[in-house]
Every structure is written in C-alpha cells, then in structure tokens.
Design a protein around this ligand. Structure first.
Ligand SMILES: [Zn+2]
Length: 253
C-alpha cells in the first residue's frame, strides 16, 4: 500500500512524501523546502529513497541537493529540462515507467508551464502528481510553451481515469474559483464546488487533492472543448483558441 503524506511548504506549495509500506521506500514529490521534507520524513521514520521532480522551478527542485546530501537518494526528473534539475540521476520522458517498490508510475509529458514538465501517474493507486500543470479549478501559467502545447497536455490529463485523484503543487483553489465563476456562471456543479471550497477554506482545510471527474465538470481550462464554453469565449469549434482565451483572461484577472 502507498501512504501519501501531504504538508504545506513555503507560502502556498504542498509537499508530498509517498511511502510504500511493503518495500519501505519513500519518494519525495518535488522539493520546495529540503528542511521541511527531511523533518517530515524523520518524524515518520521514513528514509527518502528517491525524488521525482515535475519541472525545474526552484519551488519544485530547489531542495534537491540538500535532500540528496542527507539521504543519498536517486533524483528522477524530466529529460526535457535535465540540465536545469539539480543532481539529476535519471532523466525520463512520457511513456517511461518509474518504480516505487511494486508500484509503477507512468510518466506523462505535460509541457507548457515549462517545456519539459512531466507528471507521474500511478494507475493501480489511482493517483497522479501533476505539479503545476493543473490545479483545482485552474492550470499553470503558460510560461515557456504555447497555448496549443498546454491544451494538448491538459488533454492528456483529461484522458486519465476520471476517478484519479490529482495531487497538484499549490493551494490556489479559492482564487481560481473566483475566476472560474466569471467564465461559467451558469454551471451548477461549479457553484456547488465553490460553496464546498469556501467552506473548507473557512475551516482552514485543504482543497487538494481533487478528483479528476469533478475538474472535468467544473475546471474552465479543462472544458475548452465544450461547445457552450467555446461559444461564450467567441471561439466556436476551436478548443485551442478557447483555452487561450480563458488563460488570457485569467492572466489579467
Ligand atoms: Zn512552476
């Protein structure tokens, strides 16, 4: 069995340690803060055996070298930005598999936020670690790629089994919700989701991870292929242009 330990890091990042109770191996998903990761692992008597990086940004790979120095772990990260990942031991691309004990993570190429961004999908466990590719009711800013590239990446995430739990890297949900309701004000599922999000945040609870099915029903960035949304954005029949329009509005929101 896998145990996923989630904890806040930096301002609004989430850290994840994934522990396999059979092999006793532990994977750090990204490394926003080495000290916090090492302390969280030590508190559970877990030894970090590997780091799986999603992309090169410092709030994702900045703790790599310190954790490696403390644990001698293996660092796995995106081949597309290998030279930017500190301490990288194994560069992987979409379609490759990465083991955690008997569990296998399938690597997905999800470029756009950065050019080499990858995600890790564990099909048996119905979870995916998506970094900054997709957030609850949001998606990453398209810093290095194009809207077309990012939309293709979101389609790859949309194609995962809908029961998949998505573990993203930031708690941006409430701000994303304020934006999402301007895009699809008539979406009842979105309104219900927003009420739940606001209640959770009022209690100080997290909104991550999130179920893919719910995002398919409510996340405007994942819904650029919906005719109603395309019409509302003035781009009928064009998912890429619709995605670009929604992304542009969010960037200015
Ligand atoms: Zn990033």
């Amino acid at each position: 069995m896998l145990t996923i330990h989630q904890f806040p890091c930096l301002n609004d990042n989430y850290g994840y340690l994934v522990h396999d109770t059979t092999s006793l191996q532990t994977v750090a998903i990204d490394t926003p803060d080495a000290d916090v990761y090492l302390a969280e692992a030590a508190a559970r008597d877990w030894h970090i055996s590997a780091i799986w990086n999603t992309h090169w940004h410092p709030d994702h790979a900045g703790g790599n070298l310190k954790i490696k120095a403390a644990t001698d772990c293996q660092i796995i990260g995106p081949a597309g930005e290998a030279e930017k990942i500190p301490g990288l031991d194994r560069a992987v691309r979409g379609g490759e598999s990465v083991p955690l004990g008997d569990h296998m993570a399938r690597v997905l190429d999800v470029p756009g936020h950065t050019l080499g961004h990858i995600a890790y999908h564990l099909p048996q466990d119905q979870v995916a670690f998506v970094g900054d590719a997709v957030f609850a009711l949001g998606c990453g800013r398209v810093f290095e790629g194009t809207p077309e590239m990012m939309w293709r990446s979101l389609r790859a995430i949309k194609a995962l089994p809908p029961e998949t739990l998505l573990y993203c890297a930031h708690e941006y949900t409430q701000a994303n919700a304020r934006f999402a309701e301007t895009i699809e004000p008539e979406n009842d599922r979105l309104q219900a989701y927003i009420r739940e999000i606001d209640a959770r945040r009022a209690r100080g609870d997290w909104t991550v991870p999130m179920r893919l099915q719910r995002e398919l029903d409510t996340n405007p960035f994942l819904r650029a292929d919906q005719p109603g949304l395309q019409a509302a954005m003035g781009c009928p029949g064009d998912a890429v242009a619709t995605f670009a329009e929604v992304r542009g509005r969010k960037d200015r929101f």
